[in-house]
Every structure is written in structure tokens, then in C-alpha cells.
Write a protein of this length. Structure first.
Length: 176
């Protein structure tokens, strides 16, 4: 069984700050909290303020790092790419046309590229409201909900109402 890692909780940080203020060693705190000494050492090094380690500022610093680690999506509603995509949608272009045009317009800048699937996803993930309805109405199909391509079944090469060769009548065998 592998090692299981858990983030420090706010209660752990309060305990850590209290014990550190009382003069406990890193290894003693780690034993008490059931953590690795390196975890405690790393926490103290990352989140210590000017006057020492305090739990509330340490929690805020941790949350800020977690937010900054998450990248902003390409088609963010405030970005230049989203503005360009919505403009092309207003020209009644399909997401496939938009994706190809963006690659031709910006061949050296992959940050300005978006696949047709990501355009559809951004439109349908947009918050509910009038603007979302307008964007969906600009699409060729204009359906209010969408199933991703990966969720559908592959219907290529299937013959409708096909009868197997094994269920043919025996009189067929007598023919030449």
C-alpha cells in the first residue's frame, strides 16, 4: 500500500503555531501530529511571517498558493481569445470554422488556438442567463444542451435492421 498524503488543515496549523511558540522541536511536533518532520519543516519555512509562525496568515498564504497554482482557462470570459471567439460566433461561424481560422491567424501563438470542442464546452459551461442563450442561439444547431463527442456512441459501419446470415431460411441453401 502506498503512502497517503494529506494537506495540513487549519486546526493542524493552530496546533503547530502553539507548540512552536512553546519551544517544541520540529520532530516532537511531527510525532505528536502524526506527520513527517519534513512536512512540518516545510510548513514553517513556507508560511512563516516576519515575527514567526502564525496559523491565520499561514492558512491565507496556503490558500493563495493553491489558487495561483490553478491555471486560468484559455477561453476565460475576460480574455482576448474569448472576445475573438464570440465575435466570430456573431458572424455566424461554426466552432470548427473558428478553430481553423484561429490556427491560420496565429500560427506561432498557441495561446490563441482553441479546438472546436473547447469552444463548445466554454459556451455550454457559461453561467445561465441571457448571454448564454444568445451564444447558444448563434450555433448552427442551437440546442440548449449538448452531449460531448466522447459521450456518444460510434455509429459508423452499422447497417440498420441488419439480419444475420445465420438466421436465413433453409430454402436459401437449395438455390444455386
Amino acid at each position: 500500500m502506498g503512502t497517503r498524503y494529506e494537506h495540513l488543515q487549519p486546526e493542524d496549523r493552530v496546533t503547530l503555531a502553539s507548540l512552536r511558540q512553546q519551544g517544541w522541536s520540529i520532530r516532537a511536533i511531527a510525532r505528536l501530529q502524526g506527520r513527517s518532520p519534513s512536512t512540518i519543516s516545510r510548513e514553517l519555512r513556507r508560511n512563516a511571517c516576519h515575527g514567526g509562525y502564525a496559523s491565520a496568515p499561514a492558512q491565507r498564504l496556503c490558500q493563495l498558493r493553491r489558487i495561483q497554482a490553478k491555471p486560468c482557462p484559455k477561453l476565460h470570459s475576460c480574455g482576448a481569445l474569448w472576445t475573438l471567439v464570440t465575435t466570430m460566433l456573431c458572424w455566424l461561424w461554426s466552432p470548427q470554422q473558428i478553430a481553423c481560422t484561429l490556427q491560420r491567424m496565429y500560427p506561432q501563438d498557441p495561446t490563441m488556438h482553441a479546438s472546436h470542442e473547447s469552444i463548445y464546452t466554454a459556451i455550454y459551461a457559461y453561467p445561465r442567463g441571457e448571454l448564454r442563450r444568445q451564444l447558444i442561439a448563434l450555433l448552427r444547431q442551437g440546442k440548449s444542451t449538448r452531449r460531448p463527442r466522447s459521450a456518444g456512441s460510434d455509429r459508423r459501419g452499422q447497417i440498420p435492421d441488419m439480419v444475420s446470415i445465420h438466421v436465413r431460411p433453409p430454402s436459401r441453401e437449395l438455390r444455386r
